[in-house]
Design a binder for this molecule. Structure first.
Ligand code: GDP
Length: 424
Protein backbone atom coordinates (compact mmCIF):
# COMPACT_ATOMS: atom_id res chain seq x y z
CA UNK A 1 0.00 0.00 0.00
CA UNK A 2 1.24 3.47 -0.75
CA UNK A 3 1.97 5.60 2.26
CA UNK A 4 0.53 9.05 2.39
CA UNK A 5 2.16 11.80 4.32
CA UNK A 6 -0.22 14.09 6.09
CA UNK A 7 0.19 17.49 4.56
CA UNK A 8 0.89 20.63 6.56
CA UNK A 9 -2.26 22.71 7.27
CA UNK A 10 -1.56 25.10 4.41
CA UNK A 11 -1.64 23.40 1.03
CA UNK A 12 -1.13 25.24 -2.28
CA UNK A 13 -4.54 25.86 -3.81
CA UNK A 14 -3.88 23.89 -6.97
CA UNK A 15 -3.46 20.85 -4.73
CA UNK A 16 -6.85 21.23 -3.04
CA UNK A 17 -9.95 19.29 -4.12
CA UNK A 18 -13.28 20.28 -2.60
CA UNK A 19 -15.19 17.14 -3.33
CA UNK A 20 -18.74 15.93 -2.92
CA UNK A 21 -20.07 12.40 -3.21
CA UNK A 22 -23.46 12.21 -4.88
CA UNK A 23 -25.67 9.17 -4.98
CA UNK A 24 -29.08 7.61 -4.76
CA UNK A 25 -29.64 6.42 -1.20
CA UNK A 26 -28.06 2.97 -0.68
CA UNK A 27 -25.72 3.17 -3.69
CA UNK A 28 -22.80 3.21 -1.26
CA UNK A 29 -21.96 6.84 -0.69
CA UNK A 30 -21.22 6.37 3.00
CA UNK A 31 -19.13 3.28 2.38
CA UNK A 32 -17.14 5.04 -0.38
CA UNK A 33 -16.53 8.00 1.95
CA UNK A 34 -15.42 5.73 4.77
CA UNK A 35 -13.06 3.80 2.57
CA UNK A 36 -11.54 7.00 1.24
CA UNK A 37 -10.94 8.24 4.77
CA UNK A 38 -9.44 4.92 5.77
CA UNK A 39 -7.15 4.65 2.75
CA UNK A 40 -5.91 8.20 3.12
CA UNK A 41 -4.99 7.49 6.73
CA UNK A 42 -7.57 9.94 8.04
CA UNK A 43 -9.12 7.11 10.07
CA UNK A 44 -7.40 4.03 11.38
CA UNK A 45 -10.40 1.86 11.65
CA UNK A 46 -12.98 1.05 9.06
CA UNK A 47 -16.41 2.40 9.78
CA UNK A 48 -19.20 0.07 8.88
CA UNK A 49 -22.57 1.42 7.92
CA UNK A 50 -24.47 -1.36 9.67
CA UNK A 51 -22.75 -0.97 13.06
CA UNK A 52 -23.17 2.79 13.19
CA UNK A 53 -19.48 3.69 13.43
CA UNK A 54 -19.17 5.76 10.28
CA UNK A 55 -17.50 9.13 10.64
CA UNK A 56 -19.52 11.27 8.27
CA UNK A 57 -22.90 10.04 9.46
CA UNK A 58 -22.29 11.28 12.95
CA UNK A 59 -25.77 12.39 13.82
CA UNK A 60 -27.58 9.85 16.02
CA UNK A 61 -30.78 10.20 14.01
CA UNK A 62 -28.78 9.61 10.90
CA UNK A 63 -27.17 6.50 12.33
CA UNK A 64 -30.55 5.14 13.34
CA UNK A 65 -32.01 5.69 9.93
CA UNK A 66 -28.89 4.55 8.15
CA UNK A 67 -29.04 7.40 5.67
CA UNK A 68 -26.99 10.50 5.24
CA UNK A 69 -29.06 13.51 6.21
CA UNK A 70 -26.71 16.17 7.47
CA UNK A 71 -23.72 17.30 5.49
CA UNK A 72 -20.35 17.38 7.18
CA UNK A 73 -16.97 18.25 5.73
CA UNK A 74 -13.96 16.10 6.48
CA UNK A 75 -10.50 16.59 5.07
CA UNK A 76 -7.93 13.98 4.13
CA UNK A 77 -4.70 13.90 2.13
CA UNK A 78 -3.89 11.80 -0.93
CA UNK A 79 -0.82 11.89 -3.10
CA UNK A 80 0.26 15.39 -2.09
CA UNK A 81 -3.27 16.77 -2.38
CA UNK A 82 -5.77 17.85 0.25
CA UNK A 83 -9.23 16.46 -0.35
CA UNK A 84 -12.05 18.18 1.53
CA UNK A 85 -14.94 15.74 1.44
CA UNK A 86 -18.23 17.52 1.66
CA UNK A 87 -20.91 15.02 2.48
CA UNK A 88 -23.99 15.87 0.46
CA UNK A 89 -27.34 14.52 1.61
CA UNK A 90 -28.72 11.94 -0.79
CA UNK A 91 -32.27 12.11 0.45
CA UNK A 92 -34.60 14.13 -1.79
CA UNK A 93 -36.46 15.61 1.18
CA UNK A 94 -33.40 17.65 1.96
CA UNK A 95 -32.65 19.03 -1.44
CA UNK A 96 -32.10 22.59 -0.17
CA UNK A 97 -29.12 21.25 1.65
CA UNK A 98 -27.99 19.37 -1.43
CA UNK A 99 -28.15 22.62 -3.38
CA UNK A 100 -26.01 24.43 -0.85
CA UNK A 101 -23.44 21.68 -0.60
CA UNK A 102 -23.27 21.53 -4.41
CA UNK A 103 -22.57 25.21 -4.38
CA UNK A 104 -19.54 24.95 -2.11
CA UNK A 105 -17.78 22.08 -3.85
CA UNK A 106 -15.63 22.19 -6.97
CA UNK A 107 -16.09 18.62 -8.17
CA UNK A 108 -17.96 15.44 -7.34
CA UNK A 109 -17.94 11.68 -7.54
CA UNK A 110 -21.33 10.29 -8.52
CA UNK A 111 -21.74 6.79 -7.09
CA UNK A 112 -23.99 4.30 -8.87
CA UNK A 113 -25.05 0.77 -8.01
CA UNK A 114 -23.66 -1.67 -10.58
CA UNK A 115 -26.92 -3.63 -10.57
CA UNK A 116 -29.45 -0.79 -10.47
CA UNK A 117 -27.50 1.70 -12.64
CA UNK A 118 -28.98 5.19 -12.65
CA UNK A 119 -31.78 5.44 -10.07
CA UNK A 120 -34.34 8.25 -9.65
CA UNK A 121 -32.45 10.12 -6.92
CA UNK A 122 -29.16 9.84 -8.75
CA UNK A 123 -30.92 11.50 -11.67
CA UNK A 124 -32.29 14.31 -9.44
CA UNK A 125 -28.92 15.04 -7.87
CA UNK A 126 -27.22 14.82 -11.28
CA UNK A 127 -29.54 17.51 -12.63
CA UNK A 128 -28.86 19.69 -9.61
CA UNK A 129 -25.13 19.23 -10.16
CA UNK A 130 -25.67 20.15 -13.85
CA UNK A 131 -27.27 23.42 -12.79
CA UNK A 132 -24.31 24.22 -10.56
CA UNK A 133 -21.91 23.11 -13.31
CA UNK A 134 -20.10 20.74 -10.98
CA UNK A 135 -17.54 18.65 -12.87
CA UNK A 136 -18.06 14.97 -12.07
CA UNK A 137 -16.57 11.56 -12.36
CA UNK A 138 -18.69 8.42 -12.00
CA UNK A 139 -17.97 5.44 -9.78
CA UNK A 140 -19.96 2.29 -10.49
CA UNK A 141 -19.96 0.62 -7.08
CA UNK A 142 -21.03 -2.85 -5.92
CA UNK A 143 -19.30 -4.65 -8.78
CA UNK A 144 -19.23 -7.69 -6.48
CA UNK A 145 -23.04 -8.01 -6.40
CA UNK A 146 -24.91 -10.72 -8.27
CA UNK A 147 -26.11 -9.18 -11.53
CA UNK A 148 -23.51 -6.37 -11.50
CA UNK A 149 -22.73 -5.24 -15.03
CA UNK A 150 -20.57 -2.26 -15.89
CA UNK A 151 -21.69 -1.99 -19.51
CA UNK A 152 -25.38 -1.86 -18.56
CA UNK A 153 -24.69 0.71 -15.84
CA UNK A 154 -22.70 2.80 -18.34
CA UNK A 155 -25.55 2.59 -20.87
CA UNK A 156 -27.95 3.91 -18.22
CA UNK A 157 -25.54 6.77 -17.45
CA UNK A 158 -25.46 7.65 -21.16
CA UNK A 159 -29.20 7.30 -21.75
CA UNK A 160 -30.69 8.70 -18.56
CA UNK A 161 -28.17 11.37 -17.70
CA UNK A 162 -27.55 12.45 -21.31
CA UNK A 163 -23.83 12.60 -20.85
CA UNK A 164 -20.86 11.04 -22.62
CA UNK A 165 -19.36 8.29 -20.44
CA UNK A 166 -15.61 7.83 -20.81
CA UNK A 167 -14.92 4.39 -19.39
CA UNK A 168 -11.32 4.19 -18.21
CA UNK A 169 -11.39 0.69 -16.73
CA UNK A 170 -12.17 -2.86 -17.78
CA UNK A 171 -13.37 -5.00 -14.85
CA UNK A 172 -11.52 -8.24 -14.20
CA UNK A 173 -13.92 -10.99 -13.14
CA UNK A 174 -17.57 -10.68 -12.33
CA UNK A 175 -19.71 -10.54 -9.22
CA UNK A 176 -18.06 -12.59 -6.47
CA UNK A 177 -15.10 -13.11 -8.78
CA UNK A 178 -14.55 -9.37 -9.34
CA UNK A 179 -10.92 -9.06 -8.35
CA UNK A 180 -9.52 -6.10 -10.22
CA UNK A 181 -9.56 -3.73 -13.15
CA UNK A 182 -7.49 -3.00 -16.21
CA UNK A 183 -6.54 0.68 -16.13
CA UNK A 184 -7.13 1.63 -19.76
CA UNK A 185 -5.15 4.85 -19.48
CA UNK A 186 -1.98 3.24 -18.17
CA UNK A 187 -2.71 -0.18 -19.73
CA UNK A 188 -1.89 -1.97 -16.49
CA UNK A 189 -3.92 -4.40 -14.42
CA UNK A 190 -4.67 -3.73 -10.75
CA UNK A 191 -5.52 -6.83 -8.76
CA UNK A 192 -6.86 -6.78 -5.22
CA UNK A 193 -6.03 -9.79 -3.10
CA UNK A 194 -8.83 -11.05 -0.86
CA UNK A 195 -8.63 -9.75 2.70
CA UNK A 196 -5.81 -7.27 2.04
CA UNK A 197 -5.74 -3.54 1.55
CA UNK A 198 -2.95 -3.82 -0.97
CA UNK A 199 -3.29 -4.31 -4.70
CA UNK A 200 -0.73 -5.43 -7.22
CA UNK A 201 -0.04 -3.44 -10.35
CA UNK A 202 0.80 -5.98 -13.06
CA UNK A 203 0.90 -6.21 -16.86
CA UNK A 204 -2.49 -6.80 -18.46
CA UNK A 205 -3.10 -10.59 -18.39
CA UNK A 206 -2.76 -12.22 -21.83
CA UNK A 207 -6.41 -13.31 -21.87
CA UNK A 208 -7.58 -9.70 -21.49
CA UNK A 209 -5.15 -7.95 -23.82
CA UNK A 210 -7.30 -7.94 -26.92
CA UNK A 211 -10.37 -6.75 -25.04
CA UNK A 212 -8.32 -4.08 -23.21
CA UNK A 213 -6.88 -2.80 -26.51
CA UNK A 214 -10.34 -2.68 -28.05
CA UNK A 215 -11.71 -0.70 -25.11
CA UNK A 216 -8.73 1.62 -25.08
CA UNK A 217 -9.37 2.38 -28.77
CA UNK A 218 -13.04 3.02 -28.01
CA UNK A 219 -11.99 5.41 -25.21
CA UNK A 220 -9.57 7.27 -27.50
CA UNK A 221 -12.24 7.53 -30.18
CA UNK A 222 -14.77 8.91 -27.71
CA UNK A 223 -12.22 11.44 -26.47
CA UNK A 224 -11.23 12.44 -30.01
CA UNK A 225 -14.86 12.99 -30.93
CA UNK A 226 -15.58 15.19 -27.90
CA UNK A 227 -12.25 17.01 -27.91
CA UNK A 228 -11.13 17.15 -31.54
CA UNK A 229 -7.41 17.38 -31.99
CA UNK A 230 -6.53 16.84 -28.32
CA UNK A 231 -4.86 13.49 -28.82
CA UNK A 232 -3.18 14.24 -32.16
CA UNK A 233 -1.76 17.51 -30.94
CA UNK A 234 -0.04 15.93 -27.96
CA UNK A 235 1.07 12.81 -29.79
CA UNK A 236 2.78 14.86 -32.50
CA UNK A 237 4.79 16.90 -30.01
CA UNK A 238 8.55 16.65 -30.34
CA UNK A 239 10.15 14.31 -27.82
CA UNK A 240 12.59 15.83 -25.31
CA UNK A 241 15.54 14.78 -27.50
CA UNK A 242 14.09 16.84 -30.35
CA UNK A 243 12.99 13.85 -32.43
CA UNK A 244 9.38 13.46 -33.52
CA UNK A 245 7.44 10.54 -32.20
CA UNK A 246 4.39 10.28 -34.45
CA UNK A 247 2.79 7.35 -32.63
CA UNK A 248 3.57 8.68 -29.19
CA UNK A 249 5.43 6.59 -26.63
CA UNK A 250 3.20 4.83 -24.08
CA UNK A 251 4.12 7.45 -21.46
CA UNK A 252 3.34 10.32 -23.81
CA UNK A 253 0.06 8.73 -24.85
CA UNK A 254 -0.85 8.25 -21.20
CA UNK A 255 -0.11 11.89 -20.39
CA UNK A 256 -1.99 13.03 -23.47
CA UNK A 257 -5.06 10.98 -22.70
CA UNK A 258 -5.03 12.05 -19.03
CA UNK A 259 -4.85 15.72 -20.05
CA UNK A 260 -7.71 15.30 -22.53
CA UNK A 261 -9.84 13.48 -19.93
CA UNK A 262 -9.11 16.28 -17.46
CA UNK A 263 -10.26 18.90 -19.98
CA UNK A 264 -13.44 16.97 -20.73
CA UNK A 265 -14.24 16.47 -17.05
CA UNK A 266 -13.71 20.12 -16.24
CA UNK A 267 -15.72 21.35 -19.21
CA UNK A 268 -18.50 18.88 -18.36
CA UNK A 269 -18.43 17.49 -21.92
CA UNK A 270 -17.70 13.98 -20.70
CA UNK A 271 -17.73 11.89 -17.56
CA UNK A 272 -14.90 9.56 -16.64
CA UNK A 273 -16.30 6.25 -15.40
CA UNK A 274 -14.51 3.95 -12.95
CA UNK A 275 -15.79 0.88 -11.15
CA UNK A 276 -15.19 -1.09 -7.99
CA UNK A 277 -16.60 -2.35 -4.78
CA UNK A 278 -16.24 -0.01 -1.84
CA UNK A 279 -17.43 -2.69 0.53
CA UNK A 280 -14.67 -5.05 -0.56
CA UNK A 281 -12.03 -2.29 -0.80
CA UNK A 282 -11.64 -2.73 -4.54
CA UNK A 283 -11.13 0.18 -6.85
CA UNK A 284 -10.77 2.87 -4.21
CA UNK A 285 -7.15 3.89 -4.88
CA UNK A 286 -7.80 4.47 -8.60
CA UNK A 287 -10.86 6.47 -7.61
CA UNK A 288 -8.75 8.72 -5.36
CA UNK A 289 -6.15 9.04 -8.12
CA UNK A 290 -8.90 10.06 -10.55
CA UNK A 291 -10.20 12.70 -8.11
CA UNK A 292 -6.74 14.24 -8.01
CA UNK A 293 -6.06 13.88 -11.76
CA UNK A 294 -9.34 14.95 -13.28
CA UNK A 295 -11.37 17.08 -10.90
CA UNK A 296 -10.60 20.80 -10.63
CA UNK A 297 -8.97 22.76 -7.84
CA UNK A 298 -10.54 25.94 -6.42
CA UNK A 299 -8.28 27.88 -8.80
CA UNK A 300 -10.05 26.32 -11.78
CA UNK A 301 -13.49 27.32 -10.49
CA UNK A 302 -15.12 30.38 -12.01
CA UNK A 303 -15.11 33.49 -9.79
CA UNK A 304 -17.92 33.53 -7.24
CA UNK A 305 -20.81 35.92 -7.89
CA UNK A 306 -22.68 37.94 -5.34
CA UNK A 307 -24.44 41.22 -4.77
CA UNK A 308 -22.47 44.23 -3.58
CA UNK A 309 -24.10 47.68 -3.34
CA UNK A 310 -27.12 46.35 -5.24
CA UNK A 311 -25.04 45.19 -8.18
CA UNK A 312 -23.84 41.76 -9.24
CA UNK A 313 -20.10 41.43 -8.69
CA UNK A 314 -17.53 38.68 -9.10
CA UNK A 315 -14.63 37.73 -6.86
CA UNK A 316 -11.83 35.44 -7.86
CA UNK A 317 -10.32 32.75 -5.64
CA UNK A 318 -7.52 35.07 -4.60
CA UNK A 319 -6.15 35.03 -1.03
CA UNK A 320 -5.29 38.74 -1.41
CA UNK A 321 -8.84 39.79 -2.39
CA UNK A 322 -11.37 40.97 0.25
CA UNK A 323 -12.60 38.09 2.40
CA UNK A 324 -15.91 36.42 1.46
CA UNK A 325 -17.19 33.02 2.63
CA UNK A 326 -20.45 31.08 2.66
CA UNK A 327 -21.58 29.31 5.84
CA UNK A 328 -22.94 26.05 4.48
CA UNK A 329 -23.46 24.12 7.68
CA UNK A 330 -23.83 24.99 11.33
CA UNK A 331 -23.61 22.34 14.01
CA UNK A 332 -24.42 23.12 17.61
CA UNK A 333 -22.25 20.56 19.34
CA UNK A 334 -21.56 19.89 22.99
CA UNK A 335 -18.20 21.59 22.56
CA UNK A 336 -19.54 24.70 20.85
CA UNK A 337 -21.14 26.06 17.74
CA UNK A 338 -19.25 24.99 14.63
CA UNK A 339 -19.85 27.02 11.48
CA UNK A 340 -18.56 25.33 8.30
CA UNK A 341 -17.30 27.83 5.77
CA UNK A 342 -16.34 27.71 2.15
CA UNK A 343 -13.93 30.59 1.70
CA UNK A 344 -14.30 32.03 -1.80
CA UNK A 345 -11.89 34.94 -1.65
CA UNK A 346 -9.42 36.56 0.69
CA UNK A 347 -8.05 35.25 3.97
CA UNK A 348 -9.34 35.22 7.55
CA UNK A 349 -7.28 34.89 10.66
CA UNK A 350 -8.11 33.90 14.16
CA UNK A 351 -9.54 36.93 15.99
CA UNK A 352 -10.82 38.70 12.84
CA UNK A 353 -14.17 40.42 12.91
CA UNK A 354 -16.42 39.58 9.97
CA UNK A 355 -19.81 40.79 8.83
CA UNK A 356 -22.81 38.49 8.46
CA UNK A 357 -24.05 40.44 5.45
CA UNK A 358 -27.76 39.58 5.42
CA UNK A 359 -28.15 39.79 9.22
CA UNK A 360 -26.06 43.00 9.33
CA UNK A 361 -24.25 41.74 12.38
CA UNK A 362 -20.56 41.40 13.05
CA UNK A 363 -19.10 38.20 14.43
CA UNK A 364 -15.67 37.40 15.81
CA UNK A 365 -13.76 34.41 14.48
CA UNK A 366 -12.47 32.60 17.56
CA UNK A 367 -10.83 29.40 16.38
CA UNK A 368 -10.39 28.09 12.86
CA UNK A 369 -10.48 24.30 12.52
CA UNK A 370 -9.58 21.92 9.78
CA UNK A 371 -12.01 19.11 10.42
CA UNK A 372 -10.56 15.66 10.16
CA UNK A 373 -12.22 12.36 10.84
CA UNK A 374 -10.29 11.56 13.99
CA UNK A 375 -9.49 15.03 15.31
CA UNK A 376 -9.72 18.68 14.39
CA UNK A 377 -6.57 20.66 13.74
CA UNK A 378 -6.53 24.28 14.74
CA UNK A 379 -5.07 26.57 12.09
CA UNK A 380 -4.21 30.27 12.18
CA UNK A 381 -5.88 31.27 8.94
CA UNK A 382 -8.11 30.10 6.12
CA UNK A 383 -7.69 31.28 2.53
CA UNK A 384 -9.70 31.39 -0.66
CA UNK A 385 -10.56 27.84 -1.69
CA UNK A 386 -10.46 26.44 1.85
CA UNK A 387 -13.20 24.55 3.66
CA UNK A 388 -12.94 25.05 7.42
CA UNK A 389 -15.11 25.12 10.51
CA UNK A 390 -14.93 28.18 12.73
CA UNK A 391 -15.85 28.64 16.35
CA UNK A 392 -16.94 32.10 17.40
CA UNK A 393 -19.88 33.19 15.25
CA UNK A 394 -22.90 33.05 17.54
CA UNK A 395 -25.78 33.65 15.18
CA UNK A 396 -24.66 32.99 11.57
CA UNK A 397 -26.97 30.44 9.97
CA UNK A 398 -26.44 28.06 7.06
CA UNK A 399 -26.65 30.18 3.93
CA UNK A 400 -25.13 33.24 5.63
CA UNK A 401 -22.38 35.17 3.86
CA UNK A 402 -19.47 36.23 6.04
CA UNK A 403 -17.33 39.04 4.67
CA UNK A 404 -14.78 41.62 5.57
CA UNK A 405 -17.00 44.50 6.83
CA UNK A 406 -15.52 46.98 4.34
CA UNK A 407 -16.52 44.95 1.26
CA UNK A 408 -19.78 43.07 1.87
CA UNK A 409 -20.65 40.71 -0.97
CA UNK A 410 -23.93 38.85 -0.46
CA UNK A 411 -23.56 35.31 -1.81
CA UNK A 412 -26.99 33.90 -1.03
CA UNK A 413 -30.35 35.66 -0.53
CA UNK A 414 -31.35 35.67 3.17
CA UNK A 415 -34.62 33.76 2.58
CA UNK A 416 -32.67 30.66 1.67
CA UNK A 417 -31.03 30.34 5.09
CA UNK A 418 -32.01 27.13 6.92
CA UNK A 419 -32.10 26.21 10.61
CA UNK A 420 -29.13 25.20 12.69
CA UNK A 421 -28.72 21.52 13.46
CA UNK A 422 -28.22 20.43 17.05
CA UNK A 423 -25.99 17.46 17.64
CA UNK A 424 -25.96 15.89 21.10
P1 GDP B 1 -25.55 5.28 1.06
O1 GDP B 1 -26.97 5.23 1.48
O2 GDP B 1 -25.42 5.68 -0.39
O3 GDP B 1 -24.67 6.07 1.96
O4 GDP B 1 -25.03 3.76 1.05
P2 GDP B 1 -24.23 2.94 2.13
O5 GDP B 1 -22.80 3.21 2.05
O6 GDP B 1 -24.93 3.13 3.44
O7 GDP B 1 -24.44 1.46 1.58
C1 GDP B 1 -25.73 0.88 1.48
C2 GDP B 1 -25.61 -0.62 1.67
O8 GDP B 1 -24.85 -1.16 0.58
C3 GDP B 1 -24.85 -1.02 2.96
O9 GDP B 1 -25.46 -2.17 3.48
C4 GDP B 1 -23.45 -1.32 2.46
O10 GDP B 1 -22.79 -2.24 3.27
C5 GDP B 1 -23.72 -1.88 1.07
N1 GDP B 1 -22.59 -1.67 0.15
C6 GDP B 1 -21.84 -0.56 -0.01
N2 GDP B 1 -20.88 -0.75 -0.93
C7 GDP B 1 -21.03 -2.02 -1.37
C8 GDP B 1 -20.33 -2.83 -2.32
O11 GDP B 1 -19.34 -2.43 -2.94
N3 GDP B 1 -20.80 -4.10 -2.50
C9 GDP B 1 -21.87 -4.60 -1.83
N4 GDP B 1 -22.24 -5.84 -2.09
N5 GDP B 1 -22.54 -3.87 -0.90
C10 GDP B 1 -22.12 -2.61 -0.68
Amino acid sequence: MRTHLQLPPTTPLHRVRNLGILAHVDAGKTTVTERMLYLTGATHKRGEVHDGTTVTDFDPQERDRGITIFAAAVSCDWDGHRINLIDTPGHVDFSDEVERSLRVLDGAVAVFDAVAGVEPQSETVWRQADRHRVPRIAFVNKMDRAGADLDTAVASIRDRLHTAPLVVQLPIGQEDGFTGVVDLVRMRALIWAAGHDAFTDVPVPQALREEARRRRRALEEAVAELHPGALEEFCARPASDGSRDPDGSPALRERTLTAALRDLTRSGDGVVVLCGSAYRDRGMEPLLDAVVSYLPSPLDAPPVRGIEDGEERERAADPEAPFAALAFKVHSTATGRLTYLRVYSGTIEKGDVVLDVAARRTERIGRILRVRADRNTEVDRARAGDIVAVVGPKTARPGATLCVPSAPLLLEPPAAATPVVSVA
